[in-house]
Design a protein. Structure first.
Length: 250
């Protein structure tokens, strides 16, 4: 019992010191409610490459990402994966299994050292009953993601590989990018294979398209970094679907 109380106190301390904006699910909550929420949390530290959860694991609650970056992906035949989304500090994962009490149908992996907070399902459901605005925002979030994934299905069946890679780059830049003297830095260093997974193309195809964009002066590719030099040209290649989503960027 003492260990549980100590973890709750530690979570409250970490929440008070957090420099990131938390999930918009909790926007507008009074300070007392935020402290109550923090008291339900249990900290979880992960190194790069460690799994938050894996496919087939029973789902027991909700995670809030406090530091680092997490990818959520689905394993495919032949050892390949399809990245469904990337998460940055302040976002939640595991929300789709809160209500059905089934197993995870995808996996979540840390791309860099990360810290998360875990809230048990029963505790979070009770919290939503007490603060129904959180439940309405969760429904809104799930609705937007359903629309985004619907667009993703259309894109995979009807759009060219070049357009899909262009959109992935633009949406990564929108979610994580930062302006530098050299150009618009993508803000996350992903292997070419993971860029390919996000676009739903082979690694060879992604490498070829990135090289073509570089030759055309649209991108610069120093090491594993990707710099967008001419975003307007990249934008002209991409149909305005919403196929990749960060919840706090609406």
């Amino acid at each position: 019992m003492w260990e549980v109380q100590a973890q709750a106190t530690r979570a409250q301390e970490l929440c008070r010191a957090c420099k990131h904006e938390c999930s918009y699910l909790f926007a507008g909550l009074p300070q007392a409610a935020r402290l109550e929420l923090a008291s339900l949390m249990r900290p979880l530290e992960l190194d790069a490459g460690e799994l938050v959860f894996y496919e087939g694991l029973p789902a027991h609650g909700l995670y809030i990402l406090c530091e680092g970056k997490i990818k959520v992906a689905k394993r495919l035949k032949g050892g390949r994966s399809q990245i469904l989304k990337l998460l940055a500090p302040g976002e939640v994962l595991g929300e789709k299994t809160l209500f059905d009490q089934e197993t995870y149908t995808c996996y979540a992996k840390a791309l860099e050292p990360s810290r998360l907070m875990f809230i048990a399902r029963a505790d979070f459901l009770a919290f939503m009953r007490k603060y129904p605005d959180v439940a309405f925002r969760l429904i809104e979030k799930l609705s937007r993601e359903l629309k985004a994934f619907g667009d993703k299905l259309v894109e995979i069946s009807a759009r060219s590989a070049k357009e899909r890679v262009a959109r992935v780059l633009l949406e990564l830049a929108r979610a994580f990018g930062r302006e530098t003297p050299e150009g618009l830095d993508l803000g996350v260093e992903l292997p070419r294979a993971e860029i390919a997974e996000m676009a739903g193309v082979t690694t060879e195809t992604a490498v070829r398209i990135l090289s073509e964009f570089k030759d055309r002066g649209i991108l610069a590719l120093p090491g594993r970094r990707i710099l967008i030099l001419r975003p307007e040209e990249l934008q002209s290649l991409a149909h305005p679907f919403r196929t990749f989503l960060r919840e706090n960027l609406i």
